[in-house]
Every structure is written in structure tokens, then in C-alpha cells.
Ligand binder design. Structure first.
Ligand code: 3PG
Ligand code: MG
Length: 397
């Protein structure tokens, strides 16, 4: 990937517009529940401030209606958290498009939720030009929003005098490329979740690349069905059995594989009070619900992970939120933690599992991207990255 990095640009005395992804989860009263994305955005801001830039930080929050401000759409709680982390004042600027605000070199302001501006979502070019006029340097550090072509992630990058990637964006792309484009082999992907349909493109894309494709959750159930195995009343998509067969066939043809569960944890209801059975896959009864992979299968998967060169992890294996259905995910997390492989993990549930089993320090890279991470795995070009590459091209020529 060829883009200009923030570290390549001199920001002293410049007006710097940093697009960050500060779209953090909040509770009903607006309190930030997880500030990971804010903390991850600090290095770019601090770097620009240290260089004596006049810094404008921009982000969306949620999906507000353009032109209709309501207090819950405000980045005010984020401004407070950012001020704590930076140890300086972070004034929040509303109605900032016209540039009627001041920010001096060495100071930072937060621009109110960019999705309130009419035209943002549609990547309106007039809006993008107005934004570009606010700055000398545009920095995109919002990997989490890189799959969206909007005025602050895409259009502005076309018109700003200089457009570069911030350190978070660069590390995300470096880690993903290391795992995906130039992986140390064997490459193992773990793709788990309730439905094959929502991850079909990822499964297909990974099926062409990886040595082992570990499936979990409802996705594994559909693959078991494709193997002609009983799954009782477990969640599955019979209509996608054909796709699952195709994936397994194409992988087997090149010596790769999809390990299919040989044992499972079942219950007859989805509940923490349910009686749990640890059984071989062939013993599954009509009224059984598969809620986790069994210990024999988990041990096989752990061996695969232990021998891997690279691991891409998206999705927990079972219903790990409920203790008795978390065994396989817990074992896998421990195996990942101890594996010498370079692991890239992403997706909300995966991050929750990493936190629950306390292995974050032992995972090579934890992505801040949800949808963006998934689209990268699908093999799609992220529009916000593509425009940075285009700009780097035009500088080079
Ligand atoms: C995310 O949380 O996935 C990003 O911030 C993008 O948000 P969006 O899905 O509302 O575009
Ligand atoms: Mg909202």
C-alpha cells in the first residue's frame, strides 16, 4: 500500500484536519462505555500538537439525521474524555463548516458530529471542498470508517492540499496487510458468527487464501449440515448448504481444509440454567441446540492455532457470554495467546472475548474497525484508503 503517512509530513504551523473515528458506545445517559477508539486516536493528535500544528479533530457519532441536531448526537462527552487523555482543553465547535472559529498553533478543537452536515453521507463535493479549505493537511486516522465514502472520509481527501494517513490508520493497514497479503504460513482464519449469509463474502474470500478455515457458531452448524451431520434444532441456514459444500470442495482441492466439529456442547434451551450435554456430534438429538464446540474439537482447533504462522480471528466459537457455552472460545483464546503466530483480531464479539479471557497483550493486533475490518477481509478496497493512495500517486508523478 502506498500512501503518505503523517510521520512523512511536517506539520509545524499548519492547519491540520484529523478525521478520527470517535464513534464510541454510550449508555442511555450518554456515558461512554468503551473509550478504546478515543485512546487509539490520541497519538495522531498528540503528534500534531507536539509539532505546533493548529489541530481540528473531526468524527461522526452514531447515525444522526443530517441537519437535525439533537443533544444525544453531540460529541460533547467525547470532547471531555479527549481533554482528559490529552491533558488540555478541547473546545467543541458546532457549525464549523464556514470556518468561523479560531484554533491557534499548539491548540486542538473538536468539530461537532460531522454526520450532522447535510451532504456528508452522500460524499457531497461542495461540502468536501469547504472542509478542505479549512486545512493545509488532511489526516485520515479513522480506520473504523474507512469503508464509508463520505465527505470527511473521502471527498475532503481529494481536495485538501496534502492528504495522508494517521498512525492508527497506518498500523491497522500494516497489520492487516501483514496477515492477509503477505502472511507467514500456515495462515489460519477463524470465522464465527450466527449466520453464513452475513459472512459469505468473507468465507469465500478467505477460502481462497487460508490453509485452515475454522468455523464456529451458527456458521459451523451450516457446515455440519453440509457434511450430512445432524444438528437438531440448532441455528443454521439450510439454503446455504450448497455454498458451504463449494467452499469445502475448493479448499480440499488445494490441500486446505475446514475442520468440522466432532463433538459439541448442547442444551435443549438457550439459557444459563439449561442442562448441558457434552456429546459426540453423531449423538445429537432432534431437540438439541448446539451452543458450543466440544472439548475434542476445541483441542484439535488449538493444535491448528499452535502451529499457525498467522491467524485472522473474527468471531467467538460458542455463546461465550454464557459461562457453560464459553469453553471452546476460552480454550481457543488461550491457544492464540500462546501461539507464536501473528494474530489479527477484529469485530465487537471478538474484542469482548479477548477482554473476557484477558489476552489482549498476547494478540498481535486488535483492530478498532468493525465493518471496515470485515470489508477488508472480504477483499474489498476501502474507499477512504483508495483516495489516500490516489493522492500519493499524484504526488509521486
Ligand atoms: C463503526 O462503528 O463501525 C464505524 O464508526 C462506522 O460507523 P457506521 O457503521 O455508522 O458507518
Ligand atoms: Mg443517534
Amino acid at each position: 500500500m502506498n500512501f503518505i503517512r503523517l510521520s512523512d509530513v511536517n506539520l509545524t504551523g499548519k492547519r491540520v484536519f484529523i478525521r478520527a473515528d470517535l464513534n464510541v458506545p454510550q449508555n442511555d445517559t450518554g456515558v461512554i462505555i468503551d473509550d478504546t477508539r478515543i485512546r487509539a486516536s490520541v497519538p495522531a493528535i498528540r503528534n500534531a500538537l507536539d509539532q505546533g500544528a493548529a489541530v481540528m479533530v473531526c468524527s461522526h457519532l452514531g447515525r444522526p439525521t443530517e441537519g437535525e441536531f439533537t443533544p444525544e448526537d453531540s460529541l460533547a462527552p467525547v470532547a471531555m474524555r479527549l481533554a482528559d487523555l490529552l491533558g488540555c482543553r478541547v473546545p467543541l465547535i458546532s457549525d464549523w463548516i464556514n470556518g468561523k472559529f479560531t484554533v491557534k498553533p499548539g491548540e486542538v478543537v473538536l468539530l461537532e458530529n460531522c454526520r450532522l452536515n447535510p451532504g456528508e453521507k452522500a460524499d457531497d463535493d461542495t461540502l468536501a471542498k469547504k472542509m478542505a479549505a479549512l486545512c493545509d493537511v488532511y489526516v485520515n486516522d479513522a480506520f473504523g470508517t474507512a469503508h464509508r465514502a463520505e465527505s470527511t472520509t473521502h471527498g475532503i481527501a481529494r481536495h485538501a492540499p496534502i492528504a495522508c494517513a494517521g498512525p492508527l490508520m497506518a498500523s491497522e493497514l500494516d497489520a492487516l496487510n501483514k496477515a492477509f497479503t503477505q502472511p507467514k504460513k500456515p495462515l489460519v482464519a477463524i470465522v464465527a458468527g450466527s449466520k453464513v449469509s452475513t459472512k459469505l463474502t468473507i468465507l469465500r474470500s478467505l477460502a481462497e487464501k487460508v490453509d485452515q478455515l475454522i468455523v464456529g457458531g451458527g456458521i459451523a452448524n451450516t457446515f455440519m449440515l453440509a457434511k450430512g451431520m445432524p444438528i437438531g434444532k440448532s441455528l443454521a441456514e439450510p439454503a446455504l448448504v450448497g455454498e458451504a459444500i463449494e467452499i469445502m470442495k475448493s479448499m480440499e482441492a488445494r490441500g486446505a481444509g475446514v475442520p468440522i466439529p466432532v463433538d459439541v456442547i448442547t442444551a435443549n434451551e438457550f439459557s444459563s440454567q439449561a442442562r448441558v450435554n457434552k456429546i459426540l456430534a453423531e449423538q445429537i438429538q432432534d431437540d438439541d441446540l448446539i451452543l458450543d464446540i466440544g472439548p475434542r474439537t476445541a483441542a484439535r482447533l488449538c493444535a491448528i492455532v499452535a502451529d499457525a504462522g498467522t491467524i485472522i480471528w473474527n468471531g467467538p466459537l460458542g455463546v461465550f457470554e454464557i459461562e457453560q457455552f464459553g469453553g471452546a472460545t476460552k480454550m481457543l483464546a488461550a491457544a492464540i495467546a500462546h501461539s507464536p503466530a501473528f494474530t489479527v483480531a477484529g469485530g465487537g464479539d471478538t474484542l469482548a472475548a479477548i477482554a473476557k479471557y484477558n489476552i489482549s497483550d498476547q494478540v498481535g493486533y486488535i483492530s478498532t474497525g468493525g465493518g471496515a475490518f470485515l470489508e477488508f477481509l472480504e477483499g474489498k478496497q476501502l474507499p477512504a484508503v483508495r483516495i489516500l493512495e490516489e493522492r500519493a500517486q499524484s504526488v509521486a508523478h
